[in-house]
Design a protein around this ligand. Structure first.
Ligand code: 5GP
Ligand code: MN
Length: 326
């Protein structure tokens, strides 16, 4: 967004508007943190705002302030679509293409609202009037912070906004360790702590609330870990059966792929998760260094994401699925 666009958006937001804020399907910490952070900010400015998630999200994010006001399109379709039709503005956060919000794609396309994209994924589609896209950003949550700054409103940041934004910066950087974590990221975090965000409480709420069965599922995943030394590739698989045995709940497999990358020498890590009901195998890719897993996922697995973290899927029939990684 250039200065003229920032000013134009500021002008639009100078009078109360009906706003809908949308994260991607299967929302993660960054998707829910950024949408709820923006939600609290826009409410403070006097707008009527609603976060509509395409489908449900993990329990470990359901403490973020504003969670009780989130609508789930999959469960409250009529109400959600009425709000989309009436909206003056639709913000789409943490995704680069409308198909990433599943069944919300068509109602968003059909809505007459002005669309605003805030996102850090590669190759953004051109569906929004206002596009704030920056692939150098560690998280959409950090971008929402900079967006509030561009609007000249940093002094509006309070604990609810700060807690939401802190969450996504923490989860998308895997606790401030991925390479896109910059000194600016740490300055943003420092400001959030200064306004009263309790970093330790948030870490605890997200990472130290595992169920017993989730830890056992993790054990199963680690047991299935394989390593191909020649190509520095670590991969994990989880079948529908294994997920069922360990009482799989939404979010339970989040972050497991990173364990592969923690293996000494590993440069490429993959997790294959069988979704028998949907007839797909969901695949997550992570890399260290120059190997571009965004391009890899786009080329071979109908996916995308970032250079070092991406996702995709295989439609090959479950169980008869073969993937040759190099
Ligand atoms: P995950 O492996 O955790 O599902 O996703 C890793 C990153 O890639 C996230 O930033 C996620 O939003 C993105 N991603 C996952 N699947 C897809 C996909 O199918 N298309 C695109 N464009 N990005 C994806
Ligand atoms: Mn993100």
């Amino acid at each position: 967004m250039n200065t003229a666009e920032v000013l134009a958006l500021k002008e639009i937001l100078s009078t109360p508007k009906n706003v809908v804020i949308v994260p991607h399907k299967n929302p993660d910490g960054d998707a829910m943190g950024s949408t709820l952070g923006l939600y609290h900010y826009l409410k403070k400015l006097g707008h009527s705002a609603t976060v509509i998630a395409p489908n449900d999200y993990p329990e470990f994010l359901k403490w973020i302030p504003g969670t009780n006001e989130v609508l789930i399109h999959e469960m409250q379709t009529n109400k959600a679509e009425a709000l989309l039709t009436q909206a003056d503005l639709i913000f789409t956060l943490d995704f680069n293409a409308l198909h990433r919000c599943g069944a919300m794609e068509t109602p968003i396309k059909n809505a007459t609202a002005i669309k605003v994209m805030i996102d850090h994924h590669q190759q953004p589609d051109a569906y929004a009037t206002f596009v704030y896209s920056d692939v150098s950003m560690c998280s959409t949550c950090e971008m929402v912070y900079h967006f509030i700054d561009k609007m000249g409103d940093l002094d509006q940041i309070d604990v609810p906004i700060g807690e939401a934004l802190y969450t996504g910066i923490m989860t998308d950087t895997a606790s401030f360790r991925f390479p896109l974590t910059t000194s600016t990221t740490h300055r943003v975090i420092a400001h959030l702590i200064d306004v009263g965000v309790d970093n330790s409480t948030i870490h605890n709420a997200v990472y130290d609330t595992n169920s017993f069965s989730r830890l056992q599922l993790m054990g199963c995943a680690l047991n299935n870990l394989k390593y191909i030394e020649d190509s520095h590739t670590a991969y994990i698989s989880l079948s529908t059966n294994e997920l069922g045995t360990h009482n799989f709940q939404k979010g339970d497999t989040e972050g497991l792929v990173n364990y592969g990358l923690s293996l000494k020498g590993a440069k490429f890590a993959v997790i294959f998760i069988e979704h028998q009901q949907e007839g797909i195998i969901k695949i997550s890719f992570r890399s260290k260094g120059t190997f571009d897993v965004n391009a890899f996922a786009r080329t071979h697995f109908d996916g995308g994401g970032h250079k070092n973290a991406s996702g995709g899927r295989s439609y090959s029939e479950s169980r008869r699925y073969h993937c040759k990684i190099y």
